[in-house]
Design a binder for this molecule. Structure first.
Ligand SMILES: Cc1ncc(COP(=O)(O)O)c(C=O)c1O
Length: 347
């Protein structure tokens, strides 16, 4: 094959395999669909749109709305069908990509796709941030830092992020704080990017906003950073239907609080119950999932699946031997999970 760049031929596929199961706890989705009245309103708006026309080139209307809601300059906002695409655009633009290991796998995957030099820093014992190493290693380029962290659920301290934000300014790099799970932690690190063009925030509608299927995320950055990312993305990248749905949820965000409250209280309940498990150890989480260390991830996964519960194995990541990741779902789903988890203990 001479059509493609050589580095793309050996690229490992994204680590996801579709498996059908009655209780689906494998993709960190919201267990709630968008409330029906909001879906109906979005459908009405969709019907009124001219489908033969291209949408706005850079989702100007929605950016204006977000700018007002978040008090962020409109020129510093980039909207895209999923924050994954923003990660790819940033990786294409980056001189170098830096991340943590383990971390959200798309940072490394995007860097490899883009042919951008990539380095990763192992987390410390207990999944803490290797701050000294991170400060020393960050010499420029783009540093992707999910906070709360995926796939461990850890929330890194504000002081560490401040130090990295200052380091980014010093070396002229860009610290990208990926806030995909921020609603479940109750955090907002956007202040780090106000007045520091070397910090950007990445956000998604796929989790707390219950819109995983709609594909939407955005970047908050300095206008000069956002400008580069917008130009790396194809024009008219946000589909009109995604835009119409976002308009409705931004006008009616009340349901998000209920999603977050339910997920947080279930997360704490399940975490608490798992503490008394004889062999499984949950890691404290600030997200909508729990990382659980078991004696054998393959066995735990197989046993849960046999009971109709689909989770995600994480034991292929460095430092995560025996680990599975369980999305926090509805109470009845988590009851089924707990029942199966405790059965394995006494099998
Ligand atoms: C840390 C992190 N960032 C980004 C994403 C991707 O989000 P999106 O659905 O907006 O592409 C995910 C999805 O699971 C994630 O875990």
């Amino acid at each position: 094959m001479r059509a493609f760049k050589a580095h793309l031929l050996g690229l490992a596929p994204y680590p996801y395999q579709k498996v059908e199961a009655p209780v689906k706890l494998d993709q960190n989705e919201s267990p709630f669909d968008l409330p029906l009245p909001l879906k109906e309103e979005a459908l009405r708006r969709l019907a009124r749109l001219p489908w033969n026309r291209y949408p706005e080139i850079h989702a100007e209307g929605l950016r204006r709305r977000l700018a007002g809601l978040l008090d962020w300059p409109e020129e510093g906002i980039v909207l895209a069908p999923g924050s994954n695409l923003l990660i790819l655009a940033l990786a294409v633009a980056a001189e170098e990509v830096l991340d943590l290991s383990p971390s959200f796998p798309h940072y490394a995957h995007a860097a490899r796709m883009a042919g951008t030099p990539y380095r990763t820093l192992p987390l410390r014992e207990g999944f803490s941030l290797p701050l000294e190493e991170a400060l020393a290693s960050f010499q420029g380029g783009v540093f992707f830092l999910p906070n709360p962290h995926a796939p461990t659920g850890t929330l890194f301290a504000e002081e560490a992020l401040r130090a990295l934000a200052e380091r980014a300014r010093e070396v002229g790099g860009l610290l990208v704080v990926d806030e995909a799970y921020r609603e479940f932690a109750g955090t907002d690190f956007s202040h780090l990017g106000r007045g520091n063009p070397h910090v950007a925030l990445l956000r998604t509608f796929s989790k707390a906003f219950s819109l995983g299927g709609i594909r939407a995320g955005y970047l908050l950055a300095a206008p000069e950073v956002a400008q580069v990312v917008r130009e790396v993305l194809p024009p008219f990248v946000l589909p009109a239907h995604t835009g119409a749905i976002l308009e409705v949820v931004l006008e009616n965000p009340g349901y998000v609080g209920e999603v977050v409250e339910t997920v947080r209280s279930e997360r704490e309940r399940v975490y608490g119950r798992l503490l008394s498990h004889p062999t499984w150890r949950p890691h404290r989480s600030h997200t909508n999932f729990l990382l659980v260390r078991t004696p054998d991830a393959a066995e735990a996964f197989g046993h849960l699946l046999a009971q109709g519960i689909l989770v995600r194995r994480q034991d292929h990541y460095p430092g995560l031997s025996g680990c599975i990741r369980v999305t926090v779902g509805l109470k009845e789903e988590m009851d089924a999970f707990l029942k199966a988890a405790f059965e394995v203990a006494y099998a």
